[in-house]
Design a protein around this ligand. Sequence first.
Ligand SMILES: C[S@@+](CC[C@H](N)C(=O)[O-])C[C@H]1O[C@@H](n2cnc3c(N)ncnc32)[C@H](O)[C@@H]1O
Length: 172
Amino acid sequence: MNANEMGRRASRLDIFIARMEAQKAFIEMVAGMIDGVEGPIFELGLGNGRTFDHLREILPGREIFVFDRSVTAHPASIPDGDHMIIGEIRDTLAFCAPRVGCKAALIHCDLGTGDPTADLAKAAWLAPLIKEHVAPGGYVATGIALDMDGFEEIPRSEAAELGRYWLYHKPK
Ligand SMILES: C[S@@+](CC[C@H](N)C(=O)[O-])C[C@H]1O[C@@H](n2cnc3c(N)ncnc32)[C@H](O)[C@@H]1O
């Protein structure tokens, strides 16, 4: 039974669990949708490396470039040097094209802070940058709502709403 059904507000633990469920469900759903879309995956936010590890497990043939300002992941979840792009994403995403060579089939963005003001500020510079790097037919799964012209938002499940997760598609 969820918090709503029990007549109480969602606690931070409820929201965290919903977020992890939505994140995993989205990643797995999108993994099945990018079959016909060429290009690598961009993982924005290595963190502990959990979602990077899940992505490489479910999409073994797909190249994954990971962006973070530093490497603090579990030792078993660190990309090789060619695929770990270290620095402020505002800079590295803007200038990664010569290194990655093509646009991404999927950008997974896990940079949300949970603070609505900080996330709005981040979305303002992130949305135009992300938009620039998605291949036609590609997807963006993100923990921050992004306003991107030319993209359609895939309707969210209740779990995704509670978990603060959004999915966008760039039509071909
Ligand atoms: C929530 S964690 C990512 C968790 C990760 N997806 C996982 O499953 O373990 C967010 C990460 O994004 C990085 N990050 C946040 N804002 C950034 C920025 N502007 N530039 C570079 N890295 C950033 C942080 O250093 C942190 O490691």
